[in-house]
Design a protein around this ligand. Structure first.
Ligand code: HMG
Ligand code: MG
Length: 298
């Protein structure tokens, strides 16, 4: 695997901050975006264009998008739940539009107030509108191994949703272990069911570290050829509609693993760790990234 490229999608400023008790100012969000881009990360979620009544922390994503420094090699990505969100995302000139649904009916209802089928129908104009505007479309599937309301989710259920998203025209699918219950055996079963549906290079893994298995799960993904992983600086995150879900796997921890395995990421691990420390200090929280803590210990 030595020398192969792995791409990280930095989700801390979206998946992370959407879950913080206090909303962070758009100035800080934009400053952190720029700092993360300086570390060599090339795909960074800037926020989401969702209802501020549902997720107030992501209000002012338009102001974040305006304040960040746009660079040719850095993709500024946003989440969009419907046509209204798409309109805002296009006005902000987002590079990647991400739609999101789930493999669990109950979770989907709590998260976006509709069934899986309704969400797919709602995405139809979003995906076609995004593609006509020349944007890449990412599609998230949440609860790919377990759901906080329904328990274990069968891989076949995930494959059905992935298939529909591909039929809509999604360029990339990110499989989310939203509540961090997966272990490598379950990741392999999930990939057995989904890898045959699409080119491996278009499939991403989005691991939360609730039970400390995220790095093992990412290793399983690497073994199966997955080369796109979502992660959050300083392990920020959780999900407002998945009680108890802790943060995303920390970008610092994933980078440490990837360096050790000889993958190319183009990202400066120490620089990410410094940004992670600053964010934790400003938020007044401890840093769950073991690597981040080790590298920034005074
Ligand atoms: P609803 O209440 O059914 O929709 O919510 P609605 O159409 O009746 O709209 C309600 C109000 O929101 C209206 O305002 C709309 O205009 C407004 P009012 O008339 O009451 O003043 N509205 C919007 N405002 C701004 N931007 C929009 C927008 N749409 C409607 N795009 C809706 C349905 C989908 C809007 C709502 O449920 C929602 O916004 N949900 C977002 C939930 C969310 O962001 N969850 C976190 C992201 S998913 C995640 O974290 C998982 C992931 O990380 C992967 C993993 O870990 O699994 C991706
Ligand atoms: Mg998530």
């Amino acid at each position: 695997m030595t020398g192969e490229k792995v791409t990280l999608v930095e989700v801390g400023l979206r998946d992370g901050l959407q879950n913080e008790a206090t909303a962070v100012s758009h100035e800080d969000r934009a400053r952190w975006f720029n700092a993360l881009a300086d570390t060599g990360l090339t795909r960074i979620e800037a926020g989401s264009f969702v209802s501020p009544k549902w997720v107030p922390q992501m209000a002012n994503t338009d102001a974040v998008m305006q304040a960040i420094r746009r660079r040719d090699h850095v993709s500024a990505e946003v989440l969009v739940p419907n046509s209204k969100g798409l309109e805002a995302a296009l006005a902000a000139d987002a590079d990647v539009i991400a739609v999101f649904t789930a493999a669990s009916e109950s979770f989907n209802r709590k998260n976006i107030n509709c069934s899986i089928e309704e969400s797919i129908a709602r995405f139809e104009p979003v995906v076609s509108g995004a593609k006509s505007a020349g944007k890449r479309v990412r599609a998230y599937v949440s609860c790919v191994v377990g759901c906080p309301y329904e328990g274990p989710i069968a891989p076949g259920q995930v494959a059905d949703v992935v298939q529909k998203l591909l039929e809509l025209g999604a360029d990339e699918v990110s499989l989310g272990d939203t509540i961090g219950v997966a272990r490598p055996r379950e990741i392999h079963a999930l990939l057995d069911a989904t890898l045959s549906l699409m080119p491996t290079e278009n499939l991403a893994l989005h691991c939360h570290d609730t039970r400390g298995q995220a790095i093992a799960n990412i290793y399983a993904g690497l073994e199966r050829g997955i080369r796109i992983f979502d992660s959050a600086v300083a392990g920020l995150g959780g999900c407002p509609y998945a009680k108890g879900a802790t943060g995303n796997v920390a970008t610092e921890d994933v980078l440490y693993l990837l360096q050790g395995e000889g993958f190319e990421t183009g990202v400066d691990l120490h620089a990410v760790a410094r940004v992670g420390r600053e964010i934790c200090e400003l938020l007044g929280r401890s840093n769950p990234s073991r690597t981040g803590k080790a590298l920034t210990a005074h």
